[in-house]
Design a protein around this ligand. Structure first.
Ligand code: GTP
Ligand code: MG
Length: 471
């Protein structure tokens, strides 16, 4: 066990959500946490004997300050290294009054604790090798997970699946690097310890894995922050009406004036355990109006950024203009990684609820990748169809698949990939071994930075400062 010599302070913070609650938990961690707490914790009116502490056992008693009773509490002691931080720690459950929480912090500070910084408990746990950096970041994701899918991805990362994959990649790379570097020691003798074709094969294998992880970010990020779904189409097709219908509230202004929505409006919604980010956009039409033009440019940008594009068509317009509009939207979609769902809207105005139009449109578009459905946003008809289509439009990752959800990890994978591609070119072109080895070292560095095997204080500071205080 590595001893954390830099952090000798004993820290404290409220670990539960801010404000009043039934109970609140105050956390203390550090070398002096047991002696400090035992000074203010009384059982049956008597001071608590520090020598008798049993780890992981909850004790009932009272917090007393200068003879005054502050609260009835439950105190649990965790003897290091068997604690979250790896240090001696204490959790004090108090009644959740804001006054009691603050008072307890004041008392702890008066007895020698200091307020914890954001993420300091987790940072200490990382320094004490309770988990690696990717797992520490998974804890932050777990706390902020808003959907079942995001929760599953965070839990997988916390369990260490991603870290293990990286470890395997790094050890393969390390093996390769040492073979290549051995040649450097014998550079005078012009020997090749590393069989070039074997090296190339190994490198190819590593590159495929790094790329797979890198590419999983698009889905991973979507699951964490909501799958971006852009609602686009001509003016007055009912885009804002659809957004409101999905949300169940009047979020966007709806009117029969063409060009009502000028700017994009984004709202997240959890549908059957998956978080979506619906984006209502300005209606597409030719215009000379400066602000509307900017809005339309934004609509195109949102189409490009979306995973799913909902193309709204107006069933009250003639079929030819609907088809024209459908084809215009289709031309903006990249079917390689985007899904297009065309919604024939306002079918409440048609006697057959849009059945004939639907058949005709499917036939004319002649593309099985385009999903076409009939809806009435105004009367909330066909929304279930839309939910189901949305659900099937996303490649649902296998529960055990590793998905990269963190921008920092994604960037490190991009850098590692660049370095590995340089190694590949170097091997193809028989570039001097010392240059190849430099790129290999770079790739190792970037992969190692994800789990924190290689890291700087500055990087750690910026990662943990994003945690909440008390975590
Ligand atoms: N009959 C009927 N009318 C609808 C339906 N959906 C929307 N509308 C009407 O169509 C008009 C335009 O609706 P909006 O939601 O503002 O259309 P939009 O696409 O957001 O329009 P812009 O923001 O101008 O691009 C409004 O008068 C709506 O009430 C529908 O399903 N049926
Ligand atoms: Mg609108």
């Amino acid at each position: 066990m590595q001893v954390n010599i830099l952090n000798t302070d004993t820290i404290c913070a409220i670990a539960t959500a801010h404000g009043m609650g039934a109970i609140a938990v105050v956390r203390v961690s550090g070398v002096s946490s047991f002696p400090i707490v035992s000074q203010i914790f009384k059982r049956n009116g008597k001071p608590f004997d520090i020598g008798k502490i049993l780890s992981h056992k909850a004790y009932y008693g009272h917090i007393v300050d200068n003879g005054a009773l502050i609260d009835e509490v439950l105190v649990t002691f965790f003897k290091g290294p068997h604690s979250f931080t790896g240090e001696d720690s204490v959790e004090i459950s108090v009644h959740g009054s804001v006054f009691i929480q603050q008072k307890l912090l004041q008392i702890l500070i008066a007895h020698g604790c200091r307020m914890a910084e954001a993420g300091e408990f987790t940072r200490r746990a990382f320094v004490n090798r309770k988990f690696d950096l990717a797992q520490a970041e998974a804890i932050a994701d777990l706390i902020s997970s808003e959907s079942e899918a995001a929760h599953r991805v965070a839990i997988n990362q916390l369990k260490g699946g991603f870290s293990k994959e990286l470890q395997v990649l790094r050890s393969k790379l390390l093996e390769m690097t040492s073979l290549v570097e051995l040649e450097l020691d014998f550079s005078e003798e012009d020997v090749e310890f590393a069989d070039r074709s074997q090296l190339k094969a190994l490198l190819q294998e590593i590159l495929v894995k790094v790329n797979k992880l890198k590419d999983s970010f698009r889905l991973g990020n979507a699951i964490k922050n909501g799958i971006p779904v852009a609602i686009v189409g001509q003016t007055n097709t009912g885009k804002s009406t659809l957004l409101n219908a999905l949300l169940g509230e009047d979020r966007a202004i709806v009117s029969d004036i063409a060009g009502t929505t000028r700017d994009t409006i984004e709202e997240t919604l959890n549908i059957n355990g998956i978080l979506y980010r619906f984006i209502d956009t300005a209606g597409l039409r030719a215009t000379d109006e400066t602000i509307e033009k900017i809005g339309i440019e934004r609509s195109y940008k949102k189409i490009a950024e979306a995973n799913v594009v909902i193309g709204m068509l107006d069933a009250t317009t003639d079929y030819e203009s609907m088809l024209l509009s459908a084809n215009e939207i289709r031309s903006k979609v990249d079917f390689g990684h985007q899904q297009l769902i065309l919604c024939i809207n306002k079918v409440d105005t048609l006697a057959d609820q849009g059945e004939a139009t639907l058949g005709q449109l499917r036939q004319d578009l002649n593309n099985d990748d385009i999903l076409v459905i009939c809806i009435s946003a105004k009367h909330k008809f066909g929304l279930n169809d839309l939910y189901n289509t949305l659900k099937h439009s996303q490649p649902l990752a296998h529960p055990d698949t590793t998905l990269v959800t963190n921008v920092r990890h994604y960037e490190a994978l991009v850098h590692a990939n660049d370095s590995l591609e340089r190694v590949q070119q170097g091997l193809e072109m028989n570039i001097p071994t010392d240059l190849v080895s430099q790129d290999l070292r770079q790739a190792l560095y970037h992969l190692g930075s994800i789990t924190g095997e290689i890291t700087t204080d500055e990087v750690l500071g910026s990662i943990f400062s994003r945690f909440c205080i008390g975590k």
